[in-house]
Design a protein around this ligand. Structure first.
Ligand SMILES: Cc1ncc(COP(=O)(O)O)c(C=O)c1O
Length: 395
């Protein structure tokens, strides 16, 4: 593993000259090759026409599937590129036909959009949704999951890294339980893709969804999914168009055999090209090297914040990633975010109802979220901690 060359990473990231960016779990700063690819593609559309540019750049667009397949240890036929992680997840989830006897098992730190879909489907079909209790560290309890398995469990779906903190759920252990039980496993890797290696076979997930704009450092408005070959044809998408299916006769249609059945014909072409470049770029650095640096920086940040008397770290779990969540006594997280923005420091905010079950359980309103990436520097971590310390001293 070659360690990250910080000077090169920063030289490649124009945004670091303007802002101290700790909002990588929101949308990371794009590196220059991604920015160039997206800009050049859109410029070419202006010069040549949209359809003509797609034709001219066909290989670069198609490369998105090869790059994503490599990122996930999948085959290109198992990949679809869509608008965002939520739609990627929805297209898979709403393909399942649930009934009143079916059970869905998820986690307490599940993302709101996913949980809203469970609630809607439960209301419409009578199926049951159960959040598997967490263990004492706050991660999904694999033992509790195992105990809940029976012949009625139709789907296991969890967030790998929740939106509101640094917890990394034990995806491979969950995958092992799912495999043993023969239950499909859908992993929401929206916050983990790009900050750690993801291999769908090693994890044992049948489906995975993620976005371009977060730790992968790609453009906004693009998401993607993986679905295991053997499952594709069993999942009929909730929507089809002339790209997902073929109109074969006045009363007939045939859905395509690969994962692109979950796509639509019209899409964000420049975004797809940008995503392909972003994935190649991440693979060039190496996901293990990225994870090592992200984890070390986050550890430094947690150490610095925890020495400030009024700060409470809010990250769950023992296996943690680049997201650092915290609160500061007497300071509303939204006000903390604004105070940082006033100093050109970007952080995120996780409102309670983005992960309602977990936040209610812990009695939390909202939390401030500082998420580091490998291109952030140790000096930025120290400057940020000093800014939070001065804020905490201000009454
Ligand atoms: C865990 C998790 N899942 C899903 C999503 C949704 O992603 P998108 O906004 O691309 O739809 C997010 C967004 O923050 C998230 O944190």
């Amino acid at each position: 593993m070659t360690p990250i060359d910080l000077s090169r990473a920063r030289a490649d990231t124009p945004g670091v000259r303007n802002v101290l960016h700790f909002n990588n779990a929101g949308a990371a700063l794009m590196p220059r090759p991604v920015l160039d690819a997206v800009r050049d593609y859109v410029a070419r559309e202006g010069e040549l026409g949209g359809y003509e540019t797609a034709k001219e750049n066909w290989d670069r667009v198609e490369h998105a599937y090869d790059a994503l397949a490599r990122l996930l240890g999948a085959a290109r036929e198992e990949i679809a590129v869509v608008e965002n992680a939520t739609r990627a997840w929805d297209m898979l989830f709403y393909s399942f036909k649930f009934g009143p006897d079916d059970r869905i098992l998820t986690c307490e730190t599940e993302y709101a959009s996913n949980y809203l879909a469970y609630l809607q489907v439960a209301r419409n079909t009578g199926c049951t949704v159960e959040a598997v209790p967490s263990d004492e560290s706050g991660a999904v309890s694999v033992d509790a999951l195992r105990e809940r398995i029976d012949g009625r469990v139709k789907l296991i779906a969890v967030s790998h890294v929740p939106t509101n903190g640094g917890l990394v759920n034990p995806a491979a252990e969950i995958g092992a339980v799912a495999r043993e039980a023969g239950v499909p496993f859908l992993l929401d890797a929206c916050q983990s893709a790009g900050q750690m290696a993801l291999d769908v076979d090693a994890i044992g997930c049948d489906m995975l969804t993620a976005t371009s704009r977060k730790y992968l450092r790609g453009p906004r408005g693009v998401g993607f999914l993986y679905v295991r070959q053997g499952l594709i044809e069993a999942l009929e998408p909730p929507f089809v168009d002339l790209h997902a299916a073929e109109w074969t006769g006045p009363d007939e249609y045939r859905i395509r055999a690969d994962a692109r059945r979950f796509e639509t014909w019209e899409c964000n072409w420049a975004g797809k090209v940008g995503l392909a470049v972003a994935v190649d770029y991440a693979l060039d650095w190496g996901l293990d090297a990225i994870e090592a640096r992200v984890t070390a920086l986050a550890g430094r940040l947690r150490g610095a914040l925890s020495s400030i008397p009024d700060v409470t770290l809010r990250d769950l779990g023992t296996h943690r990633c680049g997201i650092v969540s915290f609160t500061v006594n007497r300071h509303d997280p939204a006000a903390i975010q604004q105070a940082m923005a006033d100093q050109a420091i970007n952080i995120g905010l996780s409102p309670a109802n983005f992960t309602l079950l977990d936040m209610d359980r812990r009695g939390l309103g909202s939390v401030a979220r500082a998420s580091v990436h490998y291109y952030n520097s140790e000096a930025e971590v120290d400057r940020f901690a000093a800014a939070i310390e001065s804020l905490s001293l201000a009454r």
